[in-house]
Write a protein that binds this ligand. Structure first.
Ligand code: ADP
Ligand code: TRP
Length: 328
């Protein structure tokens, strides 16, 4: 039987990149036969967060966003990472069989250093916590964005090192499951770079009304007039429209932009259509989000249920690891 597991770091409001690259694939996978485990990686968020209120808000937002958009907490085990302390125990055990070189080669760590981030030890050993998160639940598949593939490969290495060091089959090897379509694996932001909260180029999935209009208006355009024929590849707005539109409507817009002339749509037209699509896609979820936020007791109940179910699995794996290395 396949077991799917993934996590999402709770360090800000969820944007279109998080939705298409992580949350939607997780929610869709629930339809597949097998077991499903999804969690909010709040310990990971602590590598950068220094604001307790903001961290609490971000965790709640991530929890509510998943539930509002269709994660079924009966079908999938859904929990908050810090509710499962066995994960930090496993993280220590895995760190003790991992060479420094493995961590030093992590792209995400190197990228952060290159951007001038002053690293703390938690940022450096982040992959050991992630490996523990994964291995604690014996998953077969880990659906992640392309940027997380290396972390899953490091997890495979750490699992193999531990098993080899203690000559025991403690950890099961997980395989990364990567989105094949480029447009979903790397959603662009309003400035044309990868959408990311660290670049300030995001559109929040539940944004609506004037604020949504304002966000969409920041998508980069140029001064070419509507009549001028253009290649759709040269119009950033199409990178957004193609995330939402059915093939038929998408090719109609592309054709009109290519033709230009009197019927050539201006960027304003494309923006209006994009706003409608974002509003429609997230309307029901936005309403459900409001209902959930008004019922904090229900959120707590679901998190407690998830934590119990998640811990049951993690305790068994932690015990196997303790036994294998002689701590029991
Ligand atoms: P951010 O880059 O905004 O800090 P995170 O690193 O917290 O986002 O990413 C959370 C999840 O969302 C990860 O699984 C990541 O692969 C996915 N993700 C983030 N940005 C994008 C994007 N622009 N396109 C596709 N997936 C993305
Ligand atoms: N590092 C992932 C991210 O930034 C979040 C994450 C933490 C994760 N633990 C995980 C993803 C385990 C998959 C499996 O998005």
């Amino acid at each position: 039987m396949n077991t799917y597991l993934s996590g999402i770091q709770s360090s800000g409001l969820l944007h279109l990149g998080n939705w298409f690259g992580a949350m939607r694939p997780h929610i869709e996978l629930q339809e597949r036969e097998g077991e499903h485990f999804y969690f909010i990686a709040d310990y990971h968020a602590l590598t950068t967060s220094r604001d307790p209120e903001a961290l609490r808000d971000n965790v709640r937002e991530a929890v509510v966003a998943y539930l509002a958009m269709g994660l079924d907490p009966e079908r999938a085990v859904f929990w908050r990472q810090s509710d499962v302390p066995e994960v930090t125990e496993l993280s220590w055990m895995l760190s003790c069989v991992t060479g420094m070189g493995l961590f030093e080669r992590a792209h995400s760590y190197k990228d952060k250093i290159a951007k001038g981030v002053k690293p703390n030890v938690g940022l450096f050993t982040y992959p050991a916590l992630m490996a523990a998160d994964i291995l604690a639940f014996d998953p077969t598949h880990v659906p992640v964005g392309a940027d997380q593939k290396q972390h899953v490969e490091m997890t495979q290495d750490m699992a193999a090192s531990f098993n080899a060091a203690f000559n025991a089959e403690v950890f099961r090897r997980p395989e990364p499951l990567i989105e094949a379509q480029d447009k979903l694996a790397k959603v662009v932001g309003t400035d044309g770079q990868k959408m990311s909260k660290s670049y300030g180029n995001t559109i929040w999935i539940f944004e609506t009304g004037k604020k949504l209009k304002k966000a969409v208006n920041t998508i980069t355009t140029d001064s070419r007039p509507p009549e001028e024929p253009k290649e759709p590849e040269s119009v950033l707005l199409f990178r957004f429209l193609e995330l939402f539109l059915e093939a038929e409507e998408l090719s109609e817009w592309e054709e009109r932009v290519r033709q230009g002339g009197a019927d050539g749509p201006g960027y304003g037209h494309l923006k209006v259509r994009l706003i409608e699509l974002i509003e429609e896609t997230f309307r029901a979820g936005r309403e459900r989000r409001e209902e959930l936020l008004a019922d904090p007791g229900e959120i707590d109940r679901l998190l407690a249920l998830g934590a119990d179910r998640a811990r049951e699995r993690a305790v068994a794996v932690r015990d196997r690891a303790l036994e294998a290395c002689g701590l029991r």
